[in-house]
Design a protein. Structure first.
Length: 430
């Protein structure tokens, strides 16, 4: 690579604009540490005149990012648009075909098209780096690719979404309901102001799980449908009951090999307050890697926001500028394998089941009888009556049972007039 490095930044939203500023103010630091000078020769976004946090050089502005390839000599392109398809995919594809190194924080793009784009990067002998796509400023992907490269990894799991972790933590601390805490998270910039759905429904964390699986297990990105649940049905009532039980609710992303098959899931879990993961609060992310011979490795840090994300983007930049040309997923695309998927119906957990019911005689026995019919064994019952409204809350903690038993059993309760809403289900983390 030449001593002078030409850079293009495409996408000047919150992350792209912050990155653009970091590149400008840290030019000397980058030169001192890599021996190479960087120059931003092109920037592109939808709106040239949009008011941004940091001032941009409009002389270098391209309204059509594809014009950059015709008019500039680019060494490294940052894609910060954030879509899984459309212009995000096309700009990365075009850059790789033009033998330009690409750096992106776009987890949706990598989770959906990572296999194809990695193969394209390898064919054109350039880098495709995406450290910032998982866990913000935590260098988890580089740790798996390099630091733990000779380990046999069996499991990767943790808190992979700062927005949901903040909401669950703040509900407990402030004693405020979900909707109110969500609005607070939006004001603070932890949740998308318009539509935070992809954080709340587990999709964001699940995209990260897919990327972690591919790296940890040297496999192709799984296209199978797995268990994906978010926190939108968690109520303050659940937080309070969990607290009484010495537990906390966390949205966990889990990827592991069970019986030589790949198992991936994202769902809320009840975890003990005495565990490490139960004490990772606020916007923090945490990733735990289990491998041999290393044992258990734990990484924690801020998982969202332009600061942590830019930190990871710049670490990718340093890696490329120092000549670390490597396979995007750690090994050659040709050697990455398809792993058969574990049958989700066999996944088993103890369960927290909350029923809102009419306070009538025989309702509890109806519930326990139906659980028993589907081989769901009751470990503990907490019953809280509300005499004024003639309603009651029944919480049942079960022994371990399979997903298929739970699915079939809970469907029956939809038809019962004494049960006022579909039961809330939270799995206890094994």
């Amino acid at each position: 690579m030449n001593k002078n490095i030409n850079i293009a930044v495409v996408g000047l939203g919150q992350i792209g604009n912050y990155l653009y500023n970091e590149l400008n103010i840290k030019k000397k630091d980058i030169e001192n540490k890599t021996g190479k000078k960087i120059q931003i020769v092109a920037i592109s976004a939808k709106n040239k005149n949009k008011k941004r946090r940091f001032k941009v050089n409009k002389k270098k502005f391209y309204e059509n990012p594809f014009e950059i390839f015709k008019k500039e000599k680019i060494d490294i392109l940052f894609e910060c648009i954030g879509l899984s398809d459309g212009i995000s995919k096309k700009i990365v594809e075009t850059a790789l075909k033009n033998k330009i190194n690409v750096i992106t924080p776009n987890k949706s793009l990598i989770a959906k098209h990572g296999d194809y784009l990695a193969k394209l990067a390898e064919q054109n002998n350039v880098c495709l780096e995406f450290e910032a796509s998982v866990a913000g400023g935590i260098p988890v992907l580089r740790t798996i690719k390099e630091g733990l490269a000779t380990n046999h990894i069996s499991k990767v799991y943790g808190i992979l979404n700062g927005t949901t972790n903040y909401i669950l933590s703040d509900m407990e601390n402030s004693n405020e309901p979900f909707e109110k805490v969500l609005r607070k998270a939006q004001r603070l910039g932890y949740a998308e102001p318009g539509n935070p759905k992809l954080d709340l429904n587990g999709f964001d964390a699940f995209a990260k799980v897919k990327i972690l699986s591919a790296l940890a297990f040297n496999c192709k990105i799984s296209k199978e449908k797995c268990i994906m649940e978010g926190i939108q049905n968690i109520e303050l009532k659940d937080i309070k009951i969990a607290n009484q039980l010495g537990l906390r609710i966390k949205l966990l992303g889990i990827s592991e090999i069970i019986d030589n098959k790949l198992f991936e899931t994202v769902h809320p879990c009840l975890v003990s307050k005495n565990t490490y993961i139960g004490n990772v609060n606020g916007v923090m992310n945490a990733v735990i890697i289990e491998g041999n011979p290393v044992g258990q490795s734990v990484m924690q840090g801020e998982g969202a926001g332009p600061g942590p994300t830019s930190s990871s983007l710049l670490s990718d930049l340093f890696s490329i500028m120092r000549g670390n040309k490597k396979f995007p997923f750690g090994i050659s695309s040709k050697k990455r394998k398809h792993i058969r998927v574990f049958n989700n119906n066999k996944y088993s957990n103890s369960l927290y089941l909350r029923f809102e019911v009419k306070d009538k005689q025989g309702v509890l026995s109806t519930i326990t009888n139906r659980l028993s019919r589907y081989k769901i064994s009751v470990k503990r019952i907490i019953q809280t009556p509300d005499k004024k409204s003639k309603k009651a809350t029944i919480v049942i903690i079960t022994h371990k049972t399979s997903e298929i038993n739970v699915k079939n059993c809970l469907l029956i309760f939809k038809k019962n007039k004494n049960i006022l809403k579909f039961p809330t289900l939270i799995r206890l983390y094994n």
